[in-house]
Design a protein around this ligand. Structure first.
Ligand code: UDP
Length: 235
């Protein structure tokens, strides 16, 4: 099965390696491709917001970012290989796409700059960056800058649904090959937010680590049990 439908969101059923190959393939084409990484909170938002659901459905690649999505697939007896997080796939792509360039757009002022600095130290070609708190007035300048710099990869970390709305609105105007909508990834690349230890990621407890390290996420994370309840009810 190529697509796995979870509450209307069509996830691509690919291993992380296959996703990476697909992204590398996108880099060889002439068009810009939008990649989204919904977690259970995003799926619940898509249930409440039809426009957001349409954006997810229109993306070129829909990756399951969150153990809750994998669990839902198991409950629905649907095959879904594995969790492919926005952060992991961004890092894997930047490592594999040797000679390709990227632009970072998102996170608080100074964070995108720090992420760019860290990536450059690792040998990644970062042609530019901008924080994700720009006004409508400065948006034009950002778009012109991206057009002039021609990055192959655009890393968008402005939170959902803003990053997906922004990506879809400007996809055709931006001369990139891959536009990754990857939430808090720029914070992680900057070293501003830490990922859960590997053992916690492996046993599907990254959400717990995030909750403990960022308690302000508590209210929005209530969508996780709600999501599982809706899946169970629909089964
Ligand atoms: N952010 C941004 N512009 C905004 C709102 C948020 O750049 O207008 C950034 C925020 O600083 C953080 C990221 O978007 O770096 C959201 O991270 P989160 O992990 O909450 O992403 P989500 O789970 O919402 O996709």
């Amino acid at each position: 099965m190529v697509k796995v439908d979870i509450l209307g969101v069509p996830f691509d059923n690919l291993t992380a390696d296959a996703v990476l190959q697909k992204l590398l393939g996108f880099l060889e084409t002439a068009e810009n491709h939008m990649v989204v990484t919904p977690n259970p909170e995003a799926v619940m938002l898509a249930r409440r917001d039809g426009e957001f659901l349409a954006l997810l459905r229109a993306a070129d690649l829909v990756l399951p970012d969150g153990i809750g999505i994998i669990l839902a697939a198991r409950l629905l007896r649907l095959p879904l290989f594995e969790r492919v997080t926005g952060c992991d796939i961004t890092q894997a792509l930047l490592k594999s796409a040797v000679g390709r360039s990227c632009y970072l757009l998102g996170a608080a002022p100074n964070i995108a700059e720090k992420a760019a600095e860290n990536l450059r130290q690792e040998g990644v070609t970062v042609v530019g960056f901008h924080d994700g708190y720009f006004t409508a007035a400065s948006e034009k300048e950002i778009i012109s800058e991206i057009q002039a710099l021609h990055p192959d990869i655009l890393i968008l970390g402005m939170g959902m649904p803003r990053q997906e709305q922004w990506a879809m609105r400007h996809l055709a105007d931006l001369p990139c090959k891959v536009t990754l909508c990857v939430g808090g990834t720029i914070d992680i690349l900057a070293g501003n937010v830490r990922r859960a230890p590997v053992f916690m990621r492996k046993i599907g407890l990254e959400w717990l680590y995030r909750l403990i390290s960022q308690p302000s996420r508590f209210w929005r994370m209530l969508d996780l049990p709600r999501f599982l309840w809706v899946v169970l009810r629909g089964r």
